[in-house]
Each structure stands twice: as structure tokens, then as C-alpha cells.
Design a protein around this ligand. Structure first.
Ligand code: URA
Length: 407
């Protein structure tokens, strides 16, 4: 039976819901072996899935665990999700901005894996900050202060956890239907009313081209419609890291600077765009009206105060995140204008420094990271400082000359 299903997909045919359920749930229960599941995932990567298969499989994913219901909490609950990028700390800014405007935010985030970081790791740079809240604690936090950022509960879409781990080691992460199912099953099971997606494309993203980013965004909107959820998406370039910092503590510090209105640039602009869409959906106002509200709370300290409240409520000490005192400076060997900064190479370097993990069980060092001193478009001379690496002397790393494209 399993072999028949694999043959069917290998030849590019569609599977019935029964067949999909048999093989995917069989894998979760340990009946289907990982080599068989891997073979199916690769066939899906090559042949894709029909719309009907995507909807069926999303349903199977959602029903593999508990479905959260926050309908007893008043207000329209909006969630956001990014397909993953280097230096992406937007949740740390956007969630408190939106909550400071009276919109309840229940954000379940993940840990970093491979070259991309995770919001939960960044928050765990704060001593004491709890990211393992129970459903009751999530409810209590939202009722009390209108915001919670926590890790996914073990029971939320367990099938995705199992399949994602396998995709990660079998070269099957970039399949558009598999990404759409993975993200949307978690968002729908997480109980949000409205969902904003940040679809990344480029060197540092799972998806390379803007056309593929659009196909992924459109597919996720369609899945959302099936479940009666309003879904919007923005597409963002991930050829260059987002902002100037990559790591954990160091990204937290950068996010706080944006929250206090101190830091401007690409990170600030994207945070304003994302938050404006979320506020627009929740308050049913235009994006430009929402943008005015967002900019106001970023400049009158209301968003920052909400972040402080969030940290305190989840047991953290806001002043405790530390960046390593050991530094390694990288200087330019060329003169010219910076045409690009390779996001993927920055992600790999950050991983070698110890800021990321190769397997789910690796321990990360929150204090290491990268500060990009010069950005795209700037002129540099030989000997100018390009990056400062905050390092842990135990970790070996090598800095490639090709990270900065200077012409
Ligand atoms: N983020 C997810 O949650 N799943 C994917 O497959 C890709 C990005």
C-alpha cells in the first residue's frame, strides 16, 4: 500500500485524502518509515500538489493536534508569520506596536534552525523570559496585557514538527505547497482571526524569485479563505540581511532601538509596513490611516512600554541581554561602492559564531553575533571597517572575502 502511494506520486498523479492521511499520519505514528516519507516529500517537491491535495493535506496537518480557540477573548486577533530571513527581528517590534494600539496579539513563534534565526531564541537572550506558556497562561497574558509571544505548544500541529525536521535534512524545504501547508496549518490551528504573511525571496530565503514568492503568497491566501480567515501578504527581498545586526542579543538590542524610534532604515520601514497591515485588518481601516497610528506609537514610547510590559509579564529582566565583549573586526580589502551583502553567507557566519543551530538539539550562544557597519550603497576605502563580529573564542570561523560585493 505505501509503495503504491509512492509510485502514484512519483508518476505525478494526485493522491486522495485517504491516501494522504494514511501516509502522513502513519509517519507521525511511526508506521511509515522516514525513508518512505522522504521519498514522498521529494516526489512532492518535483511534481507539486494539486489545489485539492493542498487543502486536504492542510486539513490533515491541522487535525493532527489541538486547535486553539480564543473566541472568548474580545477583539479581532491578528497574527503574523515570516517565511524566515537573516536578521529578521520584525516580530519583536511589530507585536508590541500592534498591541499598544489595543489589538490583542497572540504570537506563537519558533526557534531558529540552519541559517535563519528564530524569535524565541532572540527573546531567550533575556534572562528569565518564559517561552513555554500553557494555553491557560496564554489566555491570562492576553486578558491582562493584550500581548503574548511564546513557543508553539507541543500539541499544535505535531505533524508539521515531524515533517519539517525531515524536510530540513532531505533538501525538501523549498517546495511551495509544503511551505504553504506548514505555515497555514499552524496559523489556523493557532486561532488567529486575521493573518499577515511576510514572504521572503532571495539568497537568504527559502524561495529564490519574486514570482515564486507571489505563488506562495497567493496559495496561502486561498488556504486562509477556505477557513474563513482574512490573509494578506507582503513580499520582501532577502538578498541582503534585514537591519544591521544578526545574532540573538544583538538583534534584540536593535529591535529595542526601533521600538524607541531611535533607529531608522530598512528594518524600521518593514516593521511599519507589517504593523500597518495588521492594524488595518484588525481595525478595518485603510493601510495609510493605520500607518499614522503605527508611527505615532513608535515615537511616543507606547510601543516600547508595551514591550517592557510583555517582558515583565513573561518573567524576564529587560536589562539582562548581553552581547559578547570579545570582538573581531573585518576590514575592507577594496575601495568602491557596496553593491550587495550576501545574506546567506552572513547567516552561515552567524551559525559558525555559535548564534544558530544545525540540529534542533544544538545549544546556541545568545551573546555572539554580527554588526554590519557599512550598508548597501555606501562607499568604502581599503581598511574601512565593514563588520564587527562579537565572538566566543571557542568557536572557529572563517570570514569569506565575497560577503561584501564592492565594485
Ligand atoms: N516556515 C514554516 O513554518 N514552515 C516552512 O515550511 C517554511 C517556513
Amino acid at each position: 500500500m505505501i509503495k503504491d502511494i509512492l509510485d502514484k506520486k512519483r508518476l505525478g498523479n494526485s493522491l486522495t485524502k485517504k491516501e494522504l492521511e494514511f501516509i502522513f499520519m502513519g509517519y507521525l505514528k511511526g508506521i511509515v518509515e522516514s525513508c518512505q516519507m522522504s521519498s514522498l516529500l521529494m516526489a512532492i517537491c518535483i511534481h507539486g500538489l494539486s489545489r485539492r491535495e493542498v487543502f486536504d493535506l492542510t486539513d490533515i496537518f491541522i487535525k493532527s493536534g489541538e486547535v486553539l480557540d480564543f473566541s472568548d477573548l474580545s477583539g479581532i486577533k491578528v497574527d503574523k508569520h515570516s517565511t524566515g530571513g537573516i536578521g529578521d527581528k520584525t516580530t519583536l517590534v511589530v507585536a508590541p506596536v500592534v498591541a499598544s494600539l489595543g489589538i490583542p496579539v497572540i504570537k506563537m513563534s519558533g526557534r531558529g534552525l540552519g541559517y535563519t534565526g528564530g524569535t524565541i531564541d532572540k527573546l531567550e537572550s533575556i534572562k528569565g523570559f518564559r517561552t513555554d506558556l500553557s494555553n491557560q497562561e496564554i489566555h491570562d497574558a492576553v486578558s491582562k496585557i493584550g500581548i503574548v509571544i511564546t513557543g508553539q505548544t507541543a500539541d499544535l500541529v505535531p505533524l508539521d514538527r515531524a515533517i519539517y525536521a525531515l524536510r530540513d535534512i532531505t533538501g525538501t524545504t523549498s517546495s511551495i505547497p509544503l511551505i504553504a501547508i506548514s505555515i497555514m496549518s499552524k496559523k489556523i490551528a493557532g486561532g488567529a482571526d486575521k493573518i499577515l504573511l511576510d514572504v521572503k525571496y532571495g539568497k537568504g530565503a527559502l524561495i529564490s524569485t519574486i514570482d515564486d514568492a507571489k505563488s506562495l503568497g497567493d496559495l496561502m491566501v486561498e488556504i486562509g479563505e477556505k477557513y474563513g480567515r482574512e490573509v494578506r501578504y507582503v513580499m520582501t527581498d532577502m538578498n541582503t540581511p534585514l537591519g544591521s545586526c544578526v545574532g540573538n542579543s544583538i538583534e534584540l538590542v536593535e529591535a529595542v532601538d526601533v521600538l524607541r524610534g531611535v533607529s531608522k532604515g530598512a528594518l524600521y520601514d518593514l516593521c511599519v509596513e507589517l504593523a500597518s497591515h495588521m492594524v488595518s485588518m484588525a481595525k478595518k481601516i485603510s493601510v495609510s490611516s493605520a500607518e499614522k497610528l503605527v508611527i505615532e506609537v513608535l515615537h511616543n514610547d507606547e510601543a516600547y512600554k508595551k514591550f517592557v510590559q510583555l517582558v515583565k509579564n513573561q518573567g524576564g529582566d529587560i536589562n539582562s541581554a548581553t552581547v559578547s565583549l570579545d570582538k573581531f573586526e573585518v576590514f575592507s580589502k577594496k575601495s568602491g561602492v557596496i553593491k550587495g551583502i550576501d545574506a546567506l553567507e552572513i547567516g552561515k557566519l552567524s551559525l559558525c559564531l555559535g548564534a544558530g543551530r544545525l540540529t534542533q538539539d544544538d545549544i546556541i550562544d545568545h551573546s555572539v553575533g554580527i554588526f554590519i557597519e557599512k550598508n548597501v550603497g555606501e562607499r568604502v576605502d581599503i581598511g574601512d571597517l565593514l563588520m564587527t563580529l562579537y565572538i566566543n573564542r571557542k568557536n572557529k570561523f572563517k570570514v569569506k572575502d565575497t560577503i561584501f560585493d564592492i565594485q
